[in-house]
Design a protein around this ligand. Structure first.
Ligand code: ADP
Ligand code: ASP
Ligand code: MG
Length: 437
């Protein structure tokens, strides 16, 4: 069971989480995020330190500490528990204050970012202790790891986690940190923003759990982004493929790559609402459940690269040479379209853009367009059913579509457009595909 930032963001929410995890006597591993807002504050502290602005960093640290100090009296009631909670806060904020004095580095910024999940799990453990709820706190840094390419591997996690569980055979309830891990250099690292979902799925796969429950602040995956359009509805059932596409193409409720570990081990994933635990939520399994379009999602920050070359005509091996450039810079391509004389690809990271463009130049004329958005229409057998394609393009009439990708999978049609058209497009699709205003 994984609980996100808002699910642990207030003392009363932590109390509710304690109820939810003790409803039945089944063994469970509970993965917690940092309290909502904490990771953003830690990012700001790191940024201030990186730019040498210790004054701002110190102010941010003090503000965050005050937030935690105010959290304690509502979380626990006994003097003993309050003293324990105070000691935990003192330890972690002392650490942040010491870091202020050390010269800044990338590794140090990861140490800063790790404080949020360490604090939330330790404070929650104090609350469980006060309530007399038997449990063990498992340090994620002892079993969550990423490889040389910063990718987690289920087998490596399993190899470390199983002996720890074995040592705690008498326990049925385990609490651990989401998001944080160790890299190949043994340093503290993380699974990128929103990574607690990934931790949950990886742990569920490692222990072959019967289910992986992601508890958040909404009753499951909705058909459209509720932050952008007014009326959205929860989806009952998704296949792993559909959920993975939605997560990867921007549905913030799930970390972009968190589905594969559960899918690999066939562990069903449920998306549930901490604020409304009786709601059915979304079930993600191998079966899609129904045929037809289910949801749209949007991914921002996309860069389109167009390579025009007359030499492409009749030339086999041309695409391989182009792809090799992206491979060299470990930059994944999201979308691709080709014509006889040109190929367009999209990437979501501009980190190596300059170098990539330089290496592509010998192949033809290169054009780069920034600030684009991919909107993905996801469902089961979508193109074959319900005239999805015709309704999609009808809805898109006012939108300057730059690329279309269809046919790669049976559950996705993706379109690329300038980001300034994103809100309008999501609204148009909500009406055109789902009949929702
Ligand atoms: P947590 O902190 O629990 O991980 P997140 O904020 O990461 O929660 O994810 C939940 C949020 O995702 C929701 O509050 C909602 O605004 C947003 N969201 C974006 N797209 C969708 C979608 N298609 N379905 C449900 N929620 C979505
Ligand atoms: N606390 C981390 C973040 O805000 C991880 C997570 O919440 O999933 O990104
Ligand atoms: Mg999240």
């Amino acid at each position: 069971m994984k609980f996100g930032g808002t699910s642990v963001g207030k003392p009363e929410r932590m109390h509710q989480v304690a109820e939810l995890i003790t409803k039945d006597a089944e063994s469970k591993i509970v993965v917690l995020s940092a309290l909502s807002g904490t990771t953003n504050s830690l990012v700001a502290i790191g940024d201030a330190m990186a730019s040498g602005d210790r004054e701002t960093a110190k102010q941010q640290i003090d503000k965050l500490e005050a937030h935690y100090q105010a959290f304690i009296p509502e979380l626990v009631k006994t003097d003993a528990a309050r003293a324990k909670a105070k000691a935990i806060i003192a330890e972690h904020f002392e650490f942040l204050t010491i870091i202020l004095k050390i010269s800044f580095s990338e590794a140090l910024s990861k140490d800063i970012l790790a404080q949020g999940e360490l604090l939330s799990t330790k404070l929650f453990s104090v609350y469980l202790g006060e309530k007399g709820i038997d449990h063990a706190l498992l340090p994620a840094l002892e079993f969550m790891s990423i490889d040389i390419h910063d990718e987690p591997q289920v087998s490596a996690i399993r190899a470390k986690l199983m002996p720890i569980l074995e040592q705690n055979k008498d326990k049925k309830l385990f609490i651990t940190q989401g998001y944080i891990c160790r890299n190949v250099r043994g340093e503290v690292d993380n699974l990128k923003r929103g990574g607690s979902d990934y931790t949950a799925s990886l742990v569920a796969a490692a222990v072959n759990a019967s289910v992986c429950e992601i508890w958040t602040d909404i009753d499951g995956m909705h058909n459209n982004d509720p932050r952008v359009v007014k009326k959205t509805v929860a989806i009952e059932q998704l296949s792993f493929e559909e959920a993975a596409e939605l997560a990867y193409f921007g549905a913030k409720i799930l970390h972009p790559t968190c589905i594969w570990p559960a899918q690999q081990q066939k562990v069903p994933v449920k998306l549930l609402n901490t604020m409304q635990p009786e709601a059915a939520g979304t079930v993600i399994t191998q079966e899609a459940g129904s045929v037809g379009v289910k949801a749209v999602a949007a991914k921002d920050g996309i860069i389109a690269i167009n390579i025009k070359s007359s030499r492409m005509l009749l030339a086999y091996g041309f695409l391989r040479k182009i792809f090799e450039v992206f491979e060299k810079y470990r930059t994944p391509i999201d979308m691709i379209t080709t014509s006889e004389v040109a190929v367009s690809v999209t990437i979501d990271s501009g980190t190596h853009l300059k170098a990539i463009v330089k290496e592509l130049e010998p192949f033809g004329t290169i054009e780069v367009e920034q600030d684009h958005t991919i909107i993905s229409v996801v469902g089961n057998e979508i193109a074959q059913t319900q005239n999805v394609l015709s309704r999609l393009f009808e809805a898109l009439t006012p939108v300057p579509v730059r690329m279309v990708s269809y046919g790669g999978s049976k559950h996705n049609v993706s379109i690329l457009l300038p980001s300034s058209f994103k809100t309008q497009t999501l609204q148009l699709l909500n009406k055109g595909l789902f009949g929702l205003e």
